[in-house]
Design a protein around this ligand. Structure first.
Ligand code: DX5
Ligand code: ZN
Length: 223
């Protein structure tokens, strides 16, 4: 089965004083990944709905909102109503993931479920039937620029098998430590969508970095 890699630069590594310019610099990405952190679910605080609404107004690329927040039942639908194409909530923060997925879809977004590096995929196989994307974290959520944790790749392989067997319909997304040195192993394991923060915004030319990552992932997917 042939898959095309999707590259999602993470705005977390951008210059927050120049957000509209930073969004424009990654206009040829497939998605724009926006990390929302609440200083409770993770020990960091970034931005929230008003800023996402402003980014949505200027972004030529669909938004992929990654909510690292407590009480996603309460807050997640607002990001879908703001126009985000995909809204991902953390499994560890949800009391009723299926309800969140229903509410996100009803508000017109794709529904995403994220799992931290230590969270087993098996615990969520049933609820994943209601989701459109699965985000496998390959660092502990909270900060950009951390090292890739390759131990999460068996979860990617398992999800890929289930999707290829037709048991789940999901885009498999990976987030954390993705760069020229790690993207190939993630692609070989079965990732569809690659988040890259420092590897894109830390490069001299983000557009060149996106193209290079996409080419590397595509080659690794062809095997
Ligand atoms: C971390 C965030 C990531 C982060 C990735 O909690 O979810 O999206 O921006 O940054 P890099 O690619 O630098 O690891
Ligand atoms: Zn993220």
């Amino acid at each position: 089965m042939s898959r095309e890699p999707l590259i999602a630069p993470s705005l977390l590594s951008a210059d927050f004083a120049r957000l509209a310019d930073e969004v424009a610099r990654v206009a040829d990405a497939d998605w724009l990944h926006v990390d929302v952190m609440d200083a409770h679910f993770v020990p960091n605080l970034t931005l929230g709905l008003p800023v996402v609404e402003a980014i949505q107004r200027v972004s030529p690329v669909p938004l992929d909102c990654h909510l690292m927040i407590e009480d996603p039942e309460r807050w997640a639908p607002g990001y879908a109503e703001a126009g985000a194409r995909n809204v991902t909530v953390h499994a560890e923060a949800c009391t009723d993931p299926r309800k969140v997925a229903r509410d996100l879809r009803a508000a017109g977004a794709l529904a995403g479920l994220a799992i931290k590096p230590g969270t087993p995929l098996e615990d969520y196989l049933d609820v994943l039937a209601d989701f459109d994307t699965l985000l496998v974290m390959s660092v502990e959520p909270g900060f950009g620029g951390q090292s890739f944790i390759a131990d999460v790749l068996p979860k990617v392989r398992r999800a890929r098998e289930l999707v290829d067997a037709g048991e789940l319909r999901l885009l498999v997304e990976i987030d954390g430590g993705i760069n020229a040195g790690t993207i190939e192993q993630a692609a070989e394991a079965g990732v569809d969508m690659f988040v890259a923060g420092s590897a894109v915004y830390g490069a001299d030319d983000p557009a060149t970095a996106i193209a290079a990552l996409r080419a590397q992932a595509a080659a690794a997917m062809r095997g």
